[in-house]
Design a protein around this ligand. Structure first.
Ligand code: ADP
Ligand code: MG
Length: 437
């Protein structure tokens, strides 16, 4: 897409915004002054020149963002994130700001706990043991979000600090420009006077000799001056095979933290966070949609969010009610929707996993409390979610009598009525075997 095409489309986006949701004055005031400068298909980001934006404008952009987001889906056919590209006045150091990538909006999970803890630690204060902080993980798992969150945090807390976030690609381009313009001295200067350097996606250094050299020298200068360095990559240092050993050694000498794909609960929590950011509340229908998306998009948070944005965007435009069936109709073009089957086996498996016991224990005649409770839960869930009769359910549990099954079901029902915490636990188990499908 050329810049002219991009500008035309952006104008269409603004024209497509429903004026009952965002008034024309606001559009003119906050959005029309933004000029799109580039579109990054891989990361689904549209960048805007933000030289003249002020904090107030940034806030307005954040507040109304979901309306714009819907219009983007309509015009571009898929969701994009808006990024403001600023040339800030910390020296002449260029700085990139993602409007809403902060620690507050970063959901912590077992998959990212270490990376998040290390990021918070260095954002709080310079930490020599964590220098450099090297964060690695697959695409769309939150590396850029974390790096940007650090940058925001440090700047907010210590406005005098020189914070520089830059992608390896932008760094390379700038170096090339400096070489062409014979201004490499200034380039060196610029990068060596920062207090914290955040260099994103350093896997792209591979094969770029001069940039590698430049990064090496910058690293050494900053490191020996006790300045914090943060690096991100899609693989750990030792797997960056195309980079010289001296660089890999340096990258490995501080803290290495990985980000893994999020588990089901973290995926749902992230989706809930995005809903909150949009100022929406979660009803039963929306909860089912989140479950559907979380079950189907498992290893890329960008795509997870993209699926949600697409459903919300389409529903917003068509005025349709957001239900699970509606979401399925929208998402069937994006991915093959996996339908989970509700079988006694799946239910037993989910219950056993939840309580950390074996399926054979559920089916056994063991009378320990550790097994009796979960066994009753499994019986109840099979009774509720399958068409098995009481005697058939008894068969599923080592040939128990149907009265035992009935008693178990009644017991659990009573517990659900009286104990909210218990009822919530059952919901988690139900989500695992997919009662919503
Ligand atoms: P990466 O740089 O690793 O490719 P990004 O940082 O661009 O990934 O993340 C992709 C999208 O997923 C972003 O919109 C980001 O806000 C979101 N995201 C990733 N991890 C989290 C998280 N833990 N909590 C909330 N949002 C997240
Ligand atoms: Mg990134």
């Amino acid at each position: 897409m050329t810049i002219t095409e991009l500008k035309t489309k952006w104008k269409q986006v603004l024209d497509a915004c429903p004026t009952d949701k965002i008034n024309a004055v606001k559009l003119d005031q906050w959005y029309r002054p933004l000029t799109p400068v580039s579109i990054d298909e891989e990361n689904a980001v549209i960048a805007f020149a933000a030289t003249e934006t002020n904090p107030m404008q940034k806030n307005m952009i954040n507040t109304n963002y979901h309306i714009i987001e819907q219009a983007i889906v309509q015009i571009f056919g898929k969701p994009y994130t808006i990024r403001l590209v600023e040339e800030q006045d910390i020296g002449e150091v260029p700085d990139f700001t993602y409007t809403h990538y902060t620690f507050d909006s970063f959901v912590s999970g077992p998959n990212n706990r270490l990376a998040l803890a290390a990021s918070l630690a260095i954002a709080e204060q310079f930490t020599p043991e964590y220098n450099p902080l090297f964060i690695y993980g697959g695409s769309g798992l939150g590396k850029t979000h974390l790096l940007t969150a650090i940058a925001h945090y440090v700047k907010e807390k210590n406005p005098e600090k020189k914070v520089l976030y830059i992608t390896t690609e932008a760094f390379t381009n700038e170096l090339i420009k400096a070489i062409k313009g014979q201004s490499t001295e200034e380039f060196h200067e610029k990068y060596r006077k920062v207090d914290i350097l955040l260099l994103d996606d350093i896997q792209f250094l591979a094969g770029k000799e001069q940039t590698v050299e430049e990064v090496f020298n910058t690293f050494n200068a900053l490191y020996s001056a006790n300045k914090q360095i943060v690096l991100s990559s899609d693989k750990p240092p030792k797997d960056l095979k195309d980079l010289p050993d001296r660089l890999i050694t340096r990258f490995s000498q501080g803290m290495i933290a990985d980000i893994q794909a999020p588990d089901y609960e973290t995926r749902v929590a992230i989706l809930q966070q995005k809903i909150e950011e949009k100022g929406l509340s979660i009803d039963q229908n929306l909860a089912e949609v989140l479950d559907l998306i979380a079950q189907n998009v498992t290893d890329n948070i960008r795509e997870l969010e993209g699926a949600l944005t697409r459903v919300l965007g389409m529903a917003g435009l068509s005025g349709e009610k957001i239900t699970k069936d509606y979401a399925k109709s929208i998402l069937k073009d994006v991915f093959i929707i996996k339908e989970r089957e509700v079988t006694p086996e799946n239910i037993k498996k989910a219950v056993a996993e939840f309580y950390g016991i074996k399926i054979s224990d559920l089916e056994s005649s063991k009378r320990s409390r550790v097994f009796v409770g979960p066994r009753q839960v499994a019986m109840f869930l099979i009774r509720t979610h399958t068409s098995l009769s009481l005697p058939q359910i008894g068969q599923e549990f080592g040939g128990r009598d149907h009265t035992t099954v009935l008693y178990s079901c009644e017991k659990i029902e009573e517990e659900i009525q009286n104990n909210k915490e218990f009822a919530d636990k059952l919901k988690i188990i139900e989500a695992q075997f997919g009662k919503n499908n």
